[in-house]
Design a protein around this ligand. Structure first.
Ligand code: UDP
Ligand code: MG
Length: 325
């Protein structure tokens, strides 16, 4: 039977840690009793350089429930995306399937069962998708929606209303580990993996305790990182703008020449206005063009895997030689 690892990044979560541990242990026991996962399944708390008692509490939980609660202590605060990656990669070697979830229990733990069912039905990635954002503030809701729209506009594939609550099979995490990039935006990377995916839907709740560790500043940084890590469209836009200004400069030239010949202008205005428009457009286009090359270099240095083989149907001879080995 498959061993499940529930990966939970934690930053200053002393108020919620015990509650989260209890709820998740309940899920593990329930699923193990239903024979859906192995009884050696565990929770992996990742302490992301918390300044409060989070790590002490993780140690305590581990002492109380040594087979169910494990922990990883990062040496400093690296942020949610990196903490989660550290957890997933640590869990990868020790489990068959992982579920990542926030420590604050805003995501509904009861749909983990549904995720596991979909995993057994053949999906490698199962996204937890929020049905509605009733409990979020108006501000968070609108900014988040604008963010998903902007991402789509920039050509970045993301799953609408999905954060980082998701199930990943071991081979999905293994493929993910091939992405060596340092600018992490996990939500954007998952669709690149390309295995069979599915979604489960749930209502997002309020934080059980404590406050959000994602202030507006971090949210904006995440949004910008998401776009700039996946898309070089902004550069193309600059180039397009330069091109448009050059077109405008032709119109401006016609206008300026007409004004010149009808004689309503101050001497020197025509040549001046023509140079301003034309050179402005030319410069912008040149910058965009240079940017295109930089964009390519950017994509190259990421060294992302170029493809991911899901299945190979081999010839019989091939199978036989393998069996002999
Ligand atoms: N988190 C983390 N490192 C950070 C910030 C947050 O590991 O630097 C964790 C945090 O403990 C929580 C998750 O990331 O488990 C999501 O954070 P939060 O619930 O504060 O974000 P929100 O739900 O408000 O967007
Ligand atoms: Mg939260």
């Amino acid at each position: 039977m498959d061993r499940l690892a529930i990966v939970v990044p934690c930053y200053n979560e002393e108020e919620v840690l015990k509650i989260a541990s209890e709820a998740l242990r309940g899920v593990l026991e329930d699923l193990a009793a239903k024979k859906k996962i192995d009884s050696s399944s565990f929770i992996l708390f990742v302490n992301d350089g918390s300044k409060d008692r989070t790590w002490e509490l993780i140690e305590e939980e581990h002492r109380l429930y040594p087979s169910q609660v494990c922990g990883v202590k990062l040496a400093g605060n690296v942020g949610h995306q990196f903490a989660l990656t550290a957890g997933l990669l640590t869990a990868m070697e020790r489990s068959d399937v992982t579920v990542s979830i926030d420590a604050d229990l805003q995501d509904d733990v009861s749909v983990i069962e549904e995720m596991i069912d979909k995993y057994h039905a053949g999906s490698d990635i199962v996204y937890g998708v929020r049905k509605e954002r009733k409990t979020d503030t108006f501000f968070k809701r609108t900014t988040a929606q604008a963010f998903y729209k902007l991402m789509a506009l920039m050509g970045v594939k993301t799953v609408y209303n999905h954060a980082d609550f998701r199930l990943m099979s071991r081979r999905a995490v293994e493929q993910f580990s091939q992405y060596k990039e340092t600018n992490l935006f996990l939500r954007g990377m998952m669709p690149l993996i390309g295995y069979q995916t599915d979604s489960v839907y749930y209502d997002r709740k309020e934080r059980v305790a404590g406050e959000s560790k994602y202030p507006l500043k971090k949210m904006l940084a995440l949004a910008f990182n998401g776009i700039s890590s996946f898309s070089v469209k902004p550069i193309s836009m600059i180039m397009g703008l330069g091109f448009m200004i050059i077109i405008c400069s032709i119109l401006a030239a016609i206008y300026a020449l007409i004004s010149y010949f009808t004689g309503h202008v101050v001497p020197g205005w025509t040549s001046l206005i023509l140079s301003i428009w034309f050179l402005g457009g030319l410069q912008l286009m040149a910058v965009g063009l240079v940017g295109q090359y930089i964009g390519k270099i950017y994509m190259e240095v990421k060294q992302r895997p170029r493809y991911n083989i899901e299945k190979i149907l081999e010839s019989e001879q091939e199978q036989e030689t393998k069996d002999e080995l």
